[in-house]
Design a binder for this molecule. Sequence first.
Ligand SMILES: *Cc1c(COP(=O)(O)O)cnc(C)c1O
Length: 403
Amino acid sequence: MRRFSKSFTQQEAIPDTAIDAAVAVMRSGRLHRYNLAEGEQGETALLEQEFAASLGVPYAMACASGGYALQLALRACGLEAGDKVLCNAFTLSPVPGSIVAAGGEPILVDILDDTTVDPADLARAADESGARFFMLSHMRGHIGDMSAIMQVCDSRDITVIEDCAHTMGASYDGKPSGTFGKVGCFSTQTYKHINSGEGGLLACSDDEVMRRAIILSGSYMLYDRHLAAPDAASFDVTRLMTPNMSGRMDNLRAAILRPQLADLQQRKSRWNALYSSMEAGLKGLRGVSLIARFPQEDFVGSSIQFGLEGWGKEKISHFIAGCEARGLPVKWYGKPLPEDYTSRYDSWSYLDNNRPLPNADRVLSTLCDLRLPLTFDVDDCGDIVILIKDALHDSRTLLSVAS
Ligand SMILES: *Cc1c(COP(=O)(O)O)cnc(C)c1O
């Protein structure tokens, strides 16, 4: 059997400019973000400044991880223990995890066929629960109907925090993802759009929320060393009223990230070339339904999803095994038990969800997912499509003969 030989978890090397910058930080010995020489601004503060500029917002802050940024954003927006937080039923486990870590209670919201949040169910869940927060996840890079979503939230005075782990560099109707809500949270973990192993970024335009986020992140009284922050004199009250929940980024990671951030638009076009090639190849394959995209959506195609509508569990299991035999680690959200990064809301047994989520159940039961690392090229995508076609064909014929 023909096999695809490249690894779906192999990212590109860190660029030489980033390696040189990282080595310079190590040679200096000043890895802690606030450990600066006379007149030095520091890699972390510069990264924040450049990131804020890339989104067109005044403030940004770097921290330990994307999940940490989400927790911090909730606290900075005033979440109190026991507060309910709306959250997409289809998201990654660190999202409900961050709500619980911040002391909140996740209220799951159903999704549409395109995997984005259902604005009608969002309104229902908001009215039933009285939640004052919504953690909106742009899961796997899919941005939902932002005008409908924001209308539901604005009309109810719900604070929106965006989880942009897969939408760094993306926008909706010309507005960058992460600038719709009160806070936008990003991840710089290896599988996201810029890679520092671990890391998070948080973007915001609200003075008080940003002051709190900075103190929460563990700035001590060194917040005047930030370059994308409210005026240091304005911290007088906040600095004494806010606990230090230590989770800073360091200069080494920031040094690795700055050249990658500068190259983000370039990476985005490379990702989208892979995505378009996969999409064109999968389109029209019998049984495969691609996820519709809003015309307003300017996404980063770093992964691709498709459904196998009408296929039962046995047939999909057979297909997944056929893909694995061909070197394709297709992730399936309908697997009975969570595996790798594909846990489903019903695997989070620590939640006591009592909302019916019929669309999420139906859509996730056949939803498949493939990462598209930049170590692949368009020819690789062509090979992947042929192998998927073979696996689809095998599952169809074998199982129809068997039955
Ligand atoms: C990766 C990811 C996160 C969390 O990011 P970490 O940096 O790994 O903590 C949150 N939400 C989604 C959708 C993600 O994919």
